[in-house]
Design a protein around this ligand. Structure first.
Ligand code: DNO
Length: 358
């Protein structure tokens, strides 16, 4: 596995010199969040971020996320123009050496939580989701862009998008995704890029909006419809693991050849559609990361992996889910597991003194 951490850019309270002190990092996951969905990631903009990372000794390993516009997801006037821009961005990323591109196909929202700082009994806090609390959301005055979301919307825009998405329904959303993949996958193949579709988070429909990437059957259907290694998956154990019906170990085995990126996260399920995020350590939650990694390593998966959301510890201030401390504790746990598994498979990690794979 290729170990990474996410860095949001200069606005991230966690600095690159701080990341530099983390052992065993092979690269960084980053994006260009100032560019709206539908815009081309130009060679100049990509180079600026690449150079900034390189100055601190980091490779830019994964682009997360290259946002997919609502016009592409829901079907809109600018759809073809936005798909062409997405393809141009893929080519530009590939030219700069970035060969893994994460994206999602959730209409209107990216991930969502109902509490961004739930107090946990140990004194830390973490993000939580309680399905019943969605009823309390009022988007009449719009919704702000959250970290990692492509954009915010005004109240009117939210209302219009909700209407369009609800009317669209799952089957047509699926058709839009497949139509999109049929155009972008050949470009990814030709550019040596692997696309990594992120599952829906939480893994069920919200606000009556269609969602199609959250269980084994749905994901299988997408991978089969465009059957290419470039049409890959982000195996996000936190997103998929919030649904008790998802057998993560079985899904890891089934999807292994198509896993292009791993998000390792643990959640504690507190109800049928309620959960909060916890430490990666198995004592903390319901996701068996060891079982998932065993399956992936046994299947020869060697792709970028990052510890995903952690708790906020020791009074730190950071983007929700992206404090440095808990992600590093998680990273060390994941690195230990993977090192042992890879050695067992006869694929030892480079010795500590060797330079990281840049
Ligand atoms: C949350 C992230 C997601 C992810 C996108 C991928 O912290 O895992 O925002 O980046 O869904 O497009």
């Amino acid at each position: 596995m290729i170990f990474t951490l996410r860095w949001f850019g200069p606005e991230d309270p966690v600095s690159l010199p701080a990341l530099r002190q983390v052992p065993g990092l092979d690269g960084v996951v980053s994006a260009l969040p100032d560019l709206p969905a539908g815009a081309v990631w130009t060679p100049g903009a990509i180079e600026a971020r690449r150079a900034e990372l390189a100055e601190h000794g980091f490779a830019w390993t994964v682009a997360e996320s290259l946002p997919v516009s609502e016009a592409i997801k829901l079907g809109g006037e600018q759809r073809d123009e936005h798909v062409a821009a997405w393809c141009a961005s893929l080519r530009n990323l590939s030219d700069a050496g970035i060969r893994t591109v994460c994206y999602n196909f959730m209409p209107v929202f990216d991930w969502i939580r109902t509490d961004f700082a739930k107090q946990l009994p140990d004194g830390s806090n973490a993000m939580a989701y309680a399905h019943a609390e969605l009823a309390r959301f009022d988007f009449s005055r719009g919704m702000e862009r959250l970290a990692a979301w492509a954009q915010g919307y005004s109240g009117e825009e939210v209302a219009e998008l909700f209407e369009r998405a609800r009317e669209l329904g799952e089957e047509r959303l699926f058709a839009h995704l497949i139509g999109f993949l049929e155009e972008v996958v050949p470009v990814a193949e030709a550019s040596g890029v692997r696309l990594a579709l992120h599952p829906d988070d939480p893994p069920w429909p919200i606000f009556g909006l269609p969602r199609i990437v959250h269980d084994r059957a749905g994901i299988e259907r997408i991978l089969e419809a465009v059957d290419s290694p470039a049409n890959g998956l982000t195996f996000c154990t936190g997103a998929l693991g919030a649904e008790v019906g998802n057998d993560l170990a079985a899904m890891a085995s089934a999807f292994a050849p198509r896993v292009a990126f791993v998000h390792a996260r643990n959640v504690r399920r507190t109800g049928e559609r309620d959960f909060h995020e916890v430490a990666h350590h198995p004592s903390a939650g319901d996701v068996d990361l060891l079982a998932v990694l065993e399956r992936l390593v046994a299947a020869g998966v060697d792709v970028p992996l990052r510890p995903d959301h952690g708790r906020m510890l020791w009074g730190e201030r950071a983007i929700p889910g992206y404090g440095l401390f808990d992600r590093c504790i998680g990273l060390a746990y994941l690195q230990g597991i993977v090192a042992a598994l890879e050695r067992r498979e006869g694929r030892p990690r480079p010795a500590a003194s060797e330079p990281a794979r840049h």
